[in-house]
Write a protein that binds this ligand. Structure first.
Ligand SMILES: CC(C)(COP(=O)(O)OP(=O)(O)OC[C@H]1O[C@@H](n2cnc3c(N)ncnc32)[C@H](O)[C@@H]1OP(=O)(O)O)[C@@H](O)C(=O)NCCC(=O)NCCS
Length: 244
């Protein structure tokens, strides 16, 4: 009985979150993300009853029909909405809170370097854009958003938005975070910038010149603002039906 009540709750939550959903019957018949969730509930029970092989076989049958690969050991909260479904992978020790939304291609995976708890913990009300990869035993805090295509390798604080490869914070508690320190982004280009800036400082020291006061990214920010204004103008122009 609880199983069917939970199914009704899942359908209601899809109706609330997806403007494309027109009726409960449509949601029941056309949302493979929900079928994957329901199959997982059964395979998870089998897993907990120590019927490990049956659990894995059932989850693979589910994958065949839905394109979603959820390990039966994963712990999923209530009202998980996997939109478009195809290609989602959720690993054995992943924990997903309630009211989480994720799109196609999301991976909650391991890094291949850890044992035991090696998959992420996703807290309540997190939104994960399509093809995002969240890897390792890390935590994505409540209400946070992960941009499409991001690769998240570190904890994400609550109420934040992260984007990029590797992911970095662009919003925190509603405030825009502009990355001005290359140490905040761990990629080879940032390493090159850090090395370059150390070299400039060293040269300034050798020349005995006063280091100039850095104005971080002022020009870039001005360029971006101008570009956004231009885009807004183009949007109006297109909406008048005149094309560009
Ligand atoms: C992450 C996301 C939620 C942020 O949306 P937002 O709060 O409106 O953020 P903004 O558009 O103001 O973007 C903030 C900055 O992050 C960048 N950014 C946004 N999404 C990004 C992404 N997925 N990857 C890389 N950078 C991204 C923007 O370019 C902007 O950078 P800039 O100001 O330096 O130019 C959104 O961009 C996203 O990725 N949504 C996923 C949608 C999705 O998966 N849809 C699937 C439909 S099938």
């Amino acid at each position: 009985m609880a199983f069917f009540e939970r199914m009704r709750e899942d359908i209601r939550s899809v109706m609330d979150r997806d403007p494309a959903a027109r009726s409960r019957l449509e949601v029941f018949l056309c949302y493979p993300g929900l079928w994957a969730l329901w199959i997982h509930r059964i395979s998870h029970q089998l897993w907990r009853s120590n019927l490990r092989l049956s659990a894995r076989v059932l989850s693979q049958i589910g994958r065949l029909f839905t394109g979603v690969d959820i390990h039966p050991g994963a712990l999923l909260g209530r009202r998980l909405f996997i939109d478009h479904a195809t290609g989602v992978v959720i690993g054995e020790t992943a924990i997903v809170g309630s009211d989480v939304t994720m799109y196609q291609g999301v991976t909650l995976g391991g890094t291949g370097k850890q044992h035991g708890k090696r998959h992420p913990t996703i807290c309540d009300r997190v939104f994960i854009g399509n093809n995002a990869n969240i890897l390792g035993n890390i935590t994505v805090g409540e209400n946070s958003r992960v941009g499409a295509g991001s690769v998240v390798l570190d904890d994400v604080p609550p109420n934040s938005t992260v984007v990029g490869v590797p992911a970095h914070i662009v919003y925190r508690a509603g405030q825009r975070i502009l990355v001005t320190d290359p140490h905040d982004i761990k990629d080879p280009l940032s390493d090159a910038l850090i090395a370059l800036s150390a070299r400039v400082e060293e040269l300034e020291e050798r020349l005995g010149t006063e280091p100039c006061e850095p104005v971080p990214f002022a020009t870039e920010e001005a360029d971006r603002t101008a570009y956004r204004k231009e885009l807004d103008f183009l949007r109006d122009y297109v909406s008048m039906g005149e094309g560009i």
